[in-house]
Design a protein around this ligand. Structure first.
Ligand code: PBG
Length: 324
């Protein structure tokens, strides 16, 4: 029955009605907090383009991890910044490397917090690419062995889940096989399944010092124009054994999140990346946007589009806001 009988404003007229008919709710259970961990003791280096975020040594990471757990965030994602980079990124699978040490420390001190590790060599290579480089090309199949070693190293250190972010073909299957073969069939894989070649990773690359020294990542990360191809990427990762599939970035790719939600029955994650965080922080600092409300609205939109889980640098702030 159309207007005047039907009036949608009736159920918007009071906070009570709005609360009763709200379709989507953001919960702290949906949030995952990324952290950058580096060598040293008592180190906290602010990341200029990501206000409120820093690179921290393991002792500070333990503190930060305890704080996010205290506000109810169930999981963290770790990125390692090694002391030493080389052509292959071999620090990435050093058993005593920065990430394995961080994982052991957090699991020891904050045992109920789930620890997810990013599996990709770009922070560990001198050239900054996400794989082995030969004659200026990023080599797919050669890189798979590195990712297997890296994922195994993290699993051995006690990581609850591994998250390959490199976008090599076949890496989910390769990692699954390596984990299963070494007694880690219980460790799930969160794959960065549809990762676009986005300009929004720029602040992260400052944080991780991982900008490619030549070329760009368009030969492995996806063309931002492609939705159908994103669904193929996700489907292949599921076939290879991904337990959770991720879309990244988040807000400019809500259509991809929504289409994936319709098409697949796996848990879906979305990564509100560094540039998304920086834009909101910058506008808030200028007084152009209400930072808190923008944070909550964007996270809600990502969740409404179909993301069960959201990786976000706002995790702690959002959790605090949700408790208010
Ligand atoms: C690669 C990786 C990147 C991000 C997560 N994993 C950077 C890249 O692909 O250049 C970006 C995350 C962000 O921007 O917040 N290891």
């Amino acid at each position: 029955m159309p207007f005047p009988q039907d009036r949608l404003r009736r159920l918007r007229a009071s906070a009570g009605f709005r609360r009763m008919v709200r379709e989507t709710r953001l919960s702290v259970d949906n949030l995952i907090a990324p952290f950058f961990v580096m060598e040293g003791r008592d180190v906290r280096q602010p990341i200029v383009s990501m206000p409120g975020q820093g690179r921290v040594s393991v002792d500070h990471l333990i503190k930060d991890a305890g704080e996010v757990q205290a506000v109810g965030v169930p999981a963290i994602l770790l990125f390692g910044i090694p002391a030493r980079k080389d052509e292959l990124g071999s620090e990435a699978w050093a058993p005593d490397g920065i990430v394995p040490r961080a994982v052991r420390a957090v699991k020891d001190r904050v045992p109920d917090l789930m620890v997810i590790t990013d599996v990709c060599v770009d922070e560990y290579t001198t050239h900054g690419h996400c794989g082995i480089v030969k004659d200026g090309q990023v080599m797919n199949d050669e890189t798979l062995a590195c990712l297997q070693k890296m994922a195994l190293t993290h699993a051995r250190a006690g990581a609850d889940m591994v998250a390959p972010s490199d976008m090599m073909d076949g890496r989910v299957g390769a990692i699954r096989q390596a984990l299963d073969g070494q007694g880690f069939s219980h460790v799930p894989i969160l794959s960065y399944a549809a990762k676009f070649a986005s300009c929004l990773y720029a602040p992260f690359r400052e944080a991780a010092d991982s900008s490619p020294k030549f070329g760009d990542r368009q030969s492995y990360q996806m063309d931002p124009a492609n939705l159908r191809e994103a669904l193929r990427e996700i489907e292949l990762d599921i076939q290879e054994g991904a337990d959770i599939v991720m879309i990244k970035p988040a807000l400019p790719y809500l259509d991809v999140i929504h289409a994936a939600r319709q098409a697949f029955d796996r848990p879906i994650a979305a990564y509100q990346v560094s540039g998304e965080y920086s834009m909101i922080k910058a506008a808030a600092q200028l007084g152009w946007l209400d930072g808190r409300r923008t944070m909550l609205e964007t996270l809600l939109a990502i969740h409404r589009a179909g993301a069960d889980l959201i990786l976000t640098y706002f995790a702690k702030e959002a959790a605090e806001a949700l408790h208010e």
